[in-house]
Design a protein around this ligand. Structure first.
Ligand SMILES: [Zn+2]
Length: 86
């Protein structure tokens, strides 16, 4: 779920690097800020086990993903050129 949301959001920011490193950083950033309620206890399956049951939860995910994209875009660990997204 998170990864699909990420792909949808990323399409709106073509200047964002989006390599595996940056993608992972954004997803981890978002997951760390979501309530533990959403995160599976099964280690390693965290990224696919999110369940969003309401528009409110979905909106919250969009917000944290956008924050993650913005922060990672400003300082990509992969060495890509920093970009101001928002
Ligand atoms: Zn990158």
């Amino acid at each position: 779920m998170t990864q699909r949301e990420y792909e949808e959001l990323r399409r709106r920011f073509p200047r964002f690097c989006g390599c595996d490193t940056c993608r992972g950083d954004v997803l981890v950033y978002a997951l760390n800020r979501l309530s533990p309620h959403y995160v599976s206890t099964h280690q390693g399956e965290v990224l696919t086990e999110l369940s969003l049951t309401s528009d409110q939860e979905r909106a919250k995910l969009d917000v944290v993903l956008l924050e993650g994209l913005s922060k990672v875009g400003l300082a990509p660990r992969c060495g890509a050129k920093p970009v101001q997204l928002v």
